[in-house]
Design a protein. Structure first.
Length: 427
């Protein structure tokens, strides 16, 4: 892409942001939808006031749009218990509404993909199976009813996507309207549509960028939010170095070279300079936090969307927290500090447990790379440990490196990180 095209896309991004910002105070559902897609696009105070208003309505006064607002808010974890109860009641009422009223008039929610997606996300967040089943059937009825009517393409795609959320293998449902490349890219960014096959995702991204560079049509607030979300996703996937498209395999190869890259790691017995007051320095790596910091230095220049210690969806009372995440690759890098007192079997069990907590329904992450720092330099056990980790479901690569020989001064003290994380997971 040329520098001119880069500038045009930057202008497109600003224009989309302006469209969203100018909608403030006019369409509450559209504003919350935009915040679901692009969290920093609207003032938090404005979003909270929309959520409060939606929750305060009751009975016949609560519209389907307000239920959808609460649905998006629930996924954004912005609802308190009272608001979640309002969402629950609103969903129950909606599940009994028919797509047509007397005389064959179509209800407004049938063709409102923005609302149906919010309603779908809300019931998924509640994790209450009987209610989920009822909303699933209701959305399917709405989708069938909308089939005979003219619906704006992006709204149609959102209706299909809302229905697909409840399917056992929703990734195979075709949302193949040529005009909806932007919606498909957005859905991939939210983990709601498989990124494979790769050529399809690349084709959609090229189409979106082309549309943004040459668009001449009126763009509504929801479509602006979809496109801004999709554009940021494409931008975040591109490493800032001259790498056209880094793959999971490339990332694994980078991580395998960490040990070699530590050849010049600072570990001094005497000062390296003659400056007055200079002291010898040793950059200790004594726990998982230190290893995460090391990987962050390596990966942050490559992945602008890198996240550290990100919370994944709750599992019962547990609130799991992944070490390092790359949303654009739907990937978690799980870091472990392998102490001399821990067996390889314990390492496998720990990562298996983390795997089961992170990759649950509703998580935007689909796979894990295990990165193990061997503090005791048990090179002869690495192959067995790697094979054991690769046998775990959804662990697509495993890297085990040893503490470099020149860094050994004493074995590091017991790591308190796991204990702290376990306590925090229960709060």
């Amino acid at each position: 892409m040329t520098s001119t095209q880069d500038l045009l896309l930057a202008d497109a991004s600003k224009s989309l942001q302006v469209i969203i910002t100018n909608s403030a105070g006019r369409h509450p559902l559209e504003q919350v939808f935009a915040s679901w897609l692009v969290p920093d696009c609207m003032p938090l105070s404005s979003i909270r006031s929309n959520i409060d208003a939606a929750a305060s309505a009751s009975g016949a006064q609560r519209t389907y749009q307000q239920v959808a607002i609460l649905g998006y808010a629930a996924e954004l974890t912005m609802c308190d218990e009272i608001q979640l109860d309002a969402l629950r009641k609103g969903l129950d009422v909606l599940s009994g509404k028919e797509p047509f009223v007397t005389g064959g008039t179509l209800m407004g929610f049938v063709t409102d993909g923005v609302a149906l997606m919010g309603i779908a996300r809300g019931v998924v967040s509640l994790k209450e199976q009987p209610l989920t089943d009822k909303i699933h059937q209701w959305i399917d009825r709405c989708r069938s009813a909308s089939a005979g009517f003219a619906v704006v393409p992006f709204q149609r795609a959102l209706i299909d996507a809302a229905s697909a959320i409840f399917q056992p293998n929703h990734s195979v449902i075709r949302l193949d309207d040529p005009q909806c490349a932007d919606v498909r890219v957005m859905l991939r960014s939210k983990g709601l549509l498989d990124v494979e096959p790769l050529m399809n995702s690349e084709s959609d991204e090229i189409q979106l960028l082309t549309d943004l560079l040459h668009h001449d049509s009126v763009v509504t607030t929801p479509l602006a939010a979809i496109r801004l979300c999709a554009l940021r996703y494409i931008t975040s996937k591109s490493p800032t170095l001259d790498l056209s498209r880094i793959t999971v395999k490339d990332l694994g190869n980078v991580l395998r070279r960490v040990e070699a890259g530590m050849r010049f790691w600072t570990w001094e017995d005497s000062p390296r300079t003659k400056r007055k007051g200079a002291e010898a320095r040793k950059w200790h790596i004594d726990n998982e936090y230190h290893v995460q910091n090391l990987l962050w230095v390596i990966l942050a220049p490559l992945f602008p969307d890198l996240k550290d210690e990100e919370y994944t969806p709750k599992v019962g009372a547990l609130q799991p927290r992944a070490d390092i995440c790359i949303p654009s690759m739907q990937l978690i890098i799980e870091v472990k500090f392998w102490r001399s007192t821990t067996s390889s079997q314990d390492m496998i069990r720990e990562i298996a447990q983390d795997n089961s907590l992170y990759l649950v329904k509703g998580s935007r992450y689909k796979k894990i790379i295990a990165f193990v720092w061997d503090d005791a330099r048990r090179n002869h056990q690495h192959d067995v440990l790697i094979q054991g980790l690769l046998d775990l479901q959804d662990v697509i690569d495993a890297i085990v490196i040893s503490r470099p020989g020149n860094l050994i001064e004493m074995l590091s003290p017991p790591d308190e990180k796991n204990t702290i994380d376990q306590l925090e997971d229960q709060t």
